[in-house]
Write a protein that binds this ligand. Structure first.
Ligand code: ACM
Length: 703
């Protein structure tokens, strides 16, 4: 009850008063006048607000920052810094009460694939703090380079911090010819015996300096030593650590450490001893992603260990490794973080899970159902190294919201990751990070009910100017168009409204699939489409069409707006628009993640009440196959009819004829004539033979 009242009260507050700050405060009360003096600080219990809350009271002639902990004080100071940035000396009088929505608000930098200077890490820490984020996760080791001095194992950096230029470097060099901004940082290139080598590492002194610097800003540096996979750099220096004694590639990933060799644990614990001494962080990340288990299958030592420990497969062996290393970390008073791959063989509930594999969208649900603290960094949209990651998607991360409502206690927070294969220098990293990270800062800080996309966009304008003022090249805004649409029975059409990152742009559209131009029809708020049409909507800026352009088939057909009853559920990771999805008049693009596609890991089985519809001519529904992502065709689609909605008589069966081994995208329309069909109710069954992989469809079209 208290929460509901609190929420209602907060909603009633004048939200945009302080509208230029990212993230947005929980509560702002504006007052008359300005504050221009010196702030006083007071420790206070803040009437039981969270430990990291603060209250900033600015009145003419009187300014106080109240806080319970140093962390809260830091957040208050960052707010003052943001206000001063915007207003200078005279700050508008107001009271701000504020605290974060989630405890973990992070950014990960992959310093293994490409290396960034210590100064850059510090600069990043300062900006994270400015936007009230609190974790910098460093991916310190991977196949491509070992980046942290370990004194007891000097060869890790003597040998494995350096490499001959690899295929990623070559790709970056090729792209440099097109866009020089991406170039490899020359400070990390060296001629050694006539060979050009790339590399670098942080000394322990440098790490101590960074950790101390970050502590001042209440940013925790979370080290990741990725194991047992992604260990090629270490195995190159100490080949006895892998099962075959020689570094090699498996079918997809590099050969991992051998969990059946005791010297592997001696090695891991030596590394961890120094990591634990260097990083006072509450969390240590041990990776555990993408482990190629081929050599474990072939190793007699591994197979013997599995028998001895009663481990049923290599996933269980991976879990056994994770548990043993985790125990060591926990025995030293720290918590463990792993990538979500580690869930496959089952792991202790006190291990924190980072959800990244967006194509397995069930993972956050499984992670929470198995009682793991979960950090959200799904590849789309939170791998900022992917250029298609859009602020709108970050701001509206659906699974985060859903699971927060269900189990807030298990949602530790959010993180964005920059994987550096194609990121040759720190300026380019910045271009990928900013301004998109602003959207993450806001969702990590501001409760869902208080977020406001339009308001955020306006506040982000000032922040972009601030970041540019620091000398940064910023990514261009993506005009990314997201659609809100409803069938309109009276107008016999579908009404559209679009969301995007631009402020008040004019949108142009065509209905024939051609790209919009300045001569196309404009609209600002709503658009009614009757269909069938291939709708294209885009934003024109100075006469230039921005990409991406929204393009989807639209059709106001006989079933549009009709109620659909589900006999089997959709997979909750791909609900599309829920019960409205299959009859809303809108079809998907050619990718199942565009939110127009509904996914099923069981059969699709639905009943549609046709009411008084007569003279049905044809039914058609599309499925797609991307077998490498576990997206398959149904075995068949069966259409049945009934008068009472209970006893159905099969009318047509449409068989699949797409080869399941075809790896690339295939689309198929399952289509049949409905001439002669009778009955008030129609049932559509799409058979999912696998009962665990996905089938996806976007619309059941009947003419
Ligand atoms: C990952 O992207 N392999 C965690």
């Amino acid at each position: 009850m208290k929460n509901i009242l609190l929420t209602a009260w907060l909603m009633a507050c004048a939200m945009p008063v302080l509208g230029q700050i990212v993230p947005q405060p929980v509560k702002v009360t504006a007052e008359e006048g300005v504050f221009s003096g010196t702030l006083t600080y007071e420790k206070s219990d803040l009437n039981g607000l969270p430990e990291n809350a603060y209250r900033l009271t600015l009145k003419p002639g009187h300014g106080v920052l109240e806080y319970r902990t140093e962390e809260g004080k830091n957040y208050g100071e960052q707010t003052v810094a943001q206000l001063r940035q915007k207003y200078g000396k005279e700050l508008p009088a107001q009271t701000i009460v504020d605290y974060p929505a989630y405890p973990w608000r992070g950014l990960m930098l992959d310093v293994s694939r490409h290396f960034y200077s210590l100064e850059y890490l510090k600069e990043t820490v300062r900006l994270l703090a400015y936007y009230k984020m609190n974790r910098l996760h460093l991916h310190l080791t991977d196949d491509e380079g070992w980046r942290i001095e370990i004194k007891s194992l000097p060869e890790l950096t003597q040998k494995s911090a350096w490499r001959d230029l690899d295929r990623h470097d070559s790709a970056v060099i090729r792209r440099t010819a097109v866009d020089p901004r991406i170039k490899l940082d020359p400070r990390f290139l060296q001629q050694v015996d006539g060979r050009l080598r790339y590399g670098g590492f942080y000394t322990q002194e440098e790490i101590k300096d960074l950790v101390q610097y970050a502590a001042r800003y209440h940013v925790e540096i979370v080290p990741e030593i990725d194991m047992p996979g992604h260990m090629m750099a270490a195995i190159a220096a100490y080949p006895e650590l892998c099962s075959t004694g020689k570094p090699s590639w498996g079918s997809v990933f590099s050969q991992p450490l051998c969990p059946a060799k005791e010297e592997v644990f001696t090695f891991v614990f030596k590394v961890l001893d120094e990591i634990l001494a260097l990083f006072p962080s509450r969390y240590i990340h041990m990776g555990a992603d993408e482990v190629d288990k081929t050599t474990w299958k072939q190793s007699e030592l591994c197979q013997n260990l599995m028998k001895q420990e009663n481990l049923k497969d290599e996933h269980a062996l991976q879990s056994w490794f994770v548990e043993r290393v985790s125990r060591y970390i926990k025995d030293h008073g720290r918590e463990v973080v792993v990538w979500d791959d580690a869930l496959e063989g089952g792991i202790s509930t006190d291990i924190n899970v980072m959800y990244w594999r967006d194509w397995k969208a069930n993972i956050p649900y499984e992670s929470v159902e198995s009682e793991h603290q979960t950090i959200f960094c799904p590849g789309t949209p939170l791998y900022l190294s992917r250029r298609d990651s859009a602020m709108y998607d970050i701001y509206h991360l659906r699974s985060l919201q859903e699971l927060t409502v269900k189990r807030k206690d298990l949602i530790k927070g959010v993180q964005a990751n920059v994987w550096a294969e194609q990121v040759g220098n720190a300026n380019w990293a910045n271009l990928l990070i900013w301004p998109r990270l602003l959207a993450l800062a806001e969702i990590g800080w501001t409760p869902y009910e208080q977020r406001n996309w339009e308001n955020f966009k306006r506040r982000a304008v000032d922040q972009k100017a601030y970041l540019k003022g620091l000398g940064m090249d910023l990514a261009e805004e993506s005009p990314f168009l997201t659609v809100v649409q409803t069938p309109d029975a009276q107008a016999r059409g579908v009404r559209f409204h679009f969301e995007h990152e631009k402020i008040n742009p004019t949108l142009y559209y065509t209905l024939d699939g051609s790209l919009p131009t300045a001569k196309s029809k404009p609209f600002t708020d709503q658009l009614l489409v009757k269909g069938p049409a291939l709708l294209s909507v885009g934003i024109l800026e100075d006469g230039k069409l921005l990409t991406p352009v929204f393009q989807r088939p639209v059709d106001y057909h006989k079933l549009t707006g009709k109620k659909v009853t589900y006999l089997q559920p959709w997979n909750k990771a791909y609900p599309a628009a829920g019960e409205l999805s299959l009859t809303n008049g809108l079809q998907g693009s050619d990718y199942y993640k565009d939110v127009n596609w509904q996914g099923f890991t069981n059969d699709l089985e639905v009943i549609i009440d046709l009411e008084d519809l007569k003279n049905l001519k044809e039914i058609s529904l599309r499925f797609m196959q991307i077998s490498q992502e576990d997206v398959l065709m149904p075995a068949y689609v069966e259409v049945s009819f009934s008068d009472d909605g209970k006893n159905f008589k099969p009318f047509k069966t449409i068989q699949n004829d797409v080869d399941p081994k075809q790896r690339d995208l295939v689309m198929k329309d399952f289509k049949a004539s409905l001439k002669g069909a009778k009955g008030r109710y129609m049932k559509v069954l799409a058979k999912n033979d696998t009962q665990n992989q996905f089938i996806f469809t976007d619309e059941i079209i009947v003419h």
